[in-house]
Design a protein around this ligand. Structure first.
Ligand code: 3HC
Ligand code: NAI
Length: 709
């Protein structure tokens, strides 16, 4: 037997242990090892039953995702997949009991369902998360799951991909028993208790497959839900179709339908993009010059300076992770307002069933409002979130430098200002770092961690690890204006405005990007964030603009009219009392008037041009960021855009999307815009180089580390 699969015996019960750390994925050697073990069990007269169990922290997390890349690139043939093995297990004349702890996901659950029984530890979870990778279950999951759990639950699990906890798995009939105490001992005892019974084969159980009238309504509702909640994704619809086949066709025919749909999904750009995202989310945690062994500083008590929009949200993030927070503001009314918003946000979470009242009460206990700095000497980390102004930030950091204990981390939530300049106001620049949360901080998953020139490795490693504890995806970026996300967002939103000034309607601009998959159109996003934010920043940085370069003007004019977006009830759109956008003919007329006055020719603009102008503006700036080493890898930029800016995950992020189009094509299109629209569109040198070499952003590795620009 291989090292990956071990066969041992407890008297008359054989034990197959899968040992492929870290998550027992069904990589090369594992299915072969299980098949060999089943053959041996059939042969061995002394064996009456078998238990299959995972070594280490889990049962089986699924097929080995890395193998899919080899198949789609033609380096490996998929062959028959896992189906023959699962039939071999199911046809084993001796009962096979699957003993599940940790996770039985994807191929892991499919394998478990081929056993005659499943027993689980109380903390176990089962799921078919394949849709999150842009594929569907490919080893009979869409055919066996409805037979075990019923059609409605199978559709939900296969189309949405969310895990089901052990108790629910028991109620659904996926588990036959929950084992308290030692799982293996319990599973072996369970196996002995079923020796005399006929072993049920999941594929032959049809009693839960329902009747066609009921199923039709169920599938229609599932499809509608998938179109709304997983907009633009093909896998959820394919998963529904495959489960539907289970209700209409015999098992083997259903498996054929599943196989075809699985292959369609596997060879799609969507699944390649989503697998890139899966590995990318894990890769961003790895920083080449910061080894795993870097000491981590304790963060057991935190202080926030500024209880506004961001400070309040960040305080909730820490409290939710169980870390006590001092929340300081300059005056009582601001502090009261901040605490009120926090209470309201928590109350609405209770109302929506996200948190219990008890959880919220405990969290609120952890947030201590303050008007002075008296207790700052005892905290491990301070996050500053006052107004965006360098002078004010420097004053605060110089004060923190005097008040905080040596070793405390001093972080700023600034969205544009230089971390190095802020750090220069202290005697300990090594303790200073940017922790750029996104609004609303308690909801958005992204945390840009901004490395200053002097930020110490310990401080960086601590913030990277902390991001996980806070439920965020931390991405390390270099120090430059706007860092990665906002620096790229500038050209993106600039182009959206230009398009509106050139004749595209506001709604057409937003619709084109929404149809591309963005969570919201760029102009509506501006209204949501507040147009005045960018307006103030532009006024501050106007002296840096190159004279003679075209600048958008319409948003500034809207701000001059007091149209700041949703908060003033009007911006690009008008808003009703429920903050629903309504197209405003006044703005449309003004745009035409302003454009005529500025001598901008008006023309019809296609949705494709709108998408290219906005998305390729992101890509071109992303290429500069990559070349400058502000982002460590292209995937870091992608993860930032997926988690902070509503970029569709099934397109993999802006840099992956560009790779998918082909950098030669991207470079040609950007060069065309350069000729048409001038120097703002100068192609990034890295893009030109990679296009000429036939390279990709994904393969580009910058030799330098992320450092201050
Ligand atoms: N294949 C290959 N590698 C995998 C893997 C898989 N299915 N699941 C996890 N890994 C790797 C991760 O990339 C990571 O590698 P790294 O240490 O080199 O970065 C390592 O295992 C540990 O994973 P996590 O850091 O994610 O560990 P967590 O404990 O946070 O999470 C998990 C564990 C919940 C299992 C999570 O890894 C996960 O969701 N994995 C994917 C599960 C999945 O999608 N399964 C379906 C696969 S497709 C399939 O089965 C098709 C079938 O129908 C034929
Ligand atoms: P805000 O205006 O909502 O809140 C700022 C708070 O700081 C106010 O409550 C104010 O009273 C308080 N404050 C001002 N001076 C202070 C002082 N000396 N001591 C203590 N408190 C003081 O601002 P917002 O939006 O929360 O922004 C804060 C920071 O976060 C800024 O640097 C901003 O650029 C950044 N940021 C903002 C995002 C957003 O979407 N609003 C997103 C990401 C970062």
């Amino acid at each position: 037997m291989s090292d990956l699969v071990q066969l041992t015996k407890d008297k008359d019960v054989a034990i197959i242990t899968i040992n492929n750390p870290p998550v027992n994925a069904l990589g090369p050697g594992v299915p072969e090892g299980i098949s060999q073990a089943i053959k041996e069990i059939i042969r061995d007269q002394s064996v009456k039953a078998a238990v299959v169990i995972g070594a280490g922290r889990t049962f089986i997390a699924g097929a080995d995702i890395k193998e899919f890349g080899k198949i789609t690139s033609g380096k490996k043939d998929r062959g028959a997949g896992l189906l023959p093995l699962l039939r071999e297990i199911e046809d084993c004349p001796k009962p096979v009991v699957m003993a599940i702890h940790g996770m039985a996901f994807g191929g892991g659950l499919e394998l478990a369902m081929s056993g005659h029984y499943r027993v689980g530890a109380p903390g176990a979870q089962v799921g078919q998360p394949e849709v999150k990778l842009g594929i569907i279950p490919g080893a009979g999951g869409t055919q066996r799951l409805p037979r075990l759990a019923g059609v409605a639950k199978a559709v939900e699990m296969c189309a949405q991909g969310n895990p089901v906890p052990a108790r629910e798995a028991l109620q659904l009939g996926i588990f036959d028993q929950i084992i308290e105490g030692d799982l293996l001992t319990g599973a072996v005892a369970f196996a002995r208790s079923v020796l005399e019974k006929p072993a049920p084969r999941t594929r032959e159980r049809n009693e839960k497959l329902g009747v066609s009238e009921q199923n039709a309504a169920l599938f229609a509702a599932a499809r509608q839900m998938a179109r709304q909640k997983q907009r633009g994704m093909m896998a959820p619809l394919a998963a529904i179709e495959a489960v539907e086949a289970a209700t209409r066709l015999p098992f083997d025919k259903g498996c054929e339908v599943e196989k075809k749909l699985f292959n369609d999904c596997l060879f799609s750009d969507q699944s390649k993009a989503l697998m890139h995202v899966f590995f990318g989310e894990r890769e961003v945690a790895k920083v080449p010059d910061i080894p795993k062994e870097t000491p981590i500083l304790p963060v057991n008590a935190v202080a926030l300076v500024g209880a506004g929009t961001m400070g309040g949200g960040i305080a909730m993030v820490f409290a939710n992770a169980g870390i006590p927070v001092l929340l300081k503001d300059a005056d009582q009314p601001s502090l009261d307002r901040g605490m009120d918003v926090i209470r309201k946000n928590y109350a609405s979470s209770v109302k929506r069933g996200r948190f219990t009242q008890q959880f919220v009460d405990e969290r609120l206990q952890l947030i201590q409002p303050a008007l002075d700095y008296d207790d700052f000497g005892r905290v491990d980390m301070v996050v500053e979130a006052v107004f965006e102004g360098m002078q004010l930030k420097k004053e605060i950091f110089s004060l923190l430098d005097r008040l905080c204990r040596p070793g405390a981390i001093l972080a700023s939530n600034t969205s544009t200002l230089s971390i190095d300049e802020i750090a220069s106001s202290t005697e300990r620049p090594e303790a200073v770092i940017g922790t750029h949360f996104f609004s609303p901080a308690n909801v958005m998953r992204l945390l840009e961690i901004v490395r200053g020139k002097a930020s110490s490795k310990e401080v960086i490693a601590t913030c990277m690890q902390l991001s996980k504890k806070l439920g965020k995806v931390g991405v390390l970026v270099g120090n430059c204006r706007g860092f990665v996300g906002n620096r790229m967002f500038g050209p993106y939103r600039r182009e959206a405005q230009f398009l509106a000034e050139e004749g595209a309607s506001i709604e057409a601009v937003d619709q084109a990007l929404y149809d591309f998959g963005m969570a919201m159109g760029p102009l509506a996003t501006g209204d949501l964030a507040g147009l005045d934010v960018g307006w103030r920043i532009r006024k501050e940085y106007r002296h840096l603009e190159k004279p003679g370069t075209r600048q958008p003007f319409s948003e500034d004019r809207l701000c001059e009219m007091g149209r700041y977006g949703q908060k003033t009830g009007a911006g690009w759109y008008k808003y009703d009392e429920n903050r629903r956008p309504i197209p405003d003919p006044e703005v449309a007329a003004l745009l035409r008037k302003w454009a005529t006055e500025a001598g901008i020719p008006q023309r019809t603009i296609s949705p494709q041009e709108i998408v290219d102008r906005c998305v390729l503006a992101l890509v071109n700036e992303g290429a500069r960021i990559l070349e400058e080493g502000i982002a460590l890898r292209a995937v870091d930029i992608d993860i930032i855009y997926l988690n902070g800016y509503g970029f569709p995950a099934y397109r993999g992020g802006p840099m992956w999307y560009a790779d998918t189009l082909g950098l030669h094509k991207v470079c040609d299109r950007i060069s065309e815009f350069h000729r048409q629209h001038g120097e703002l569109w100068e192609p990034a040198p890295l893009l030109i180089r990679l296009a000429q070499e036939g390279g990709t952003f994904a393969e580009f590795h910058q030799s330098q580390d992320v450092t201050a620009a």
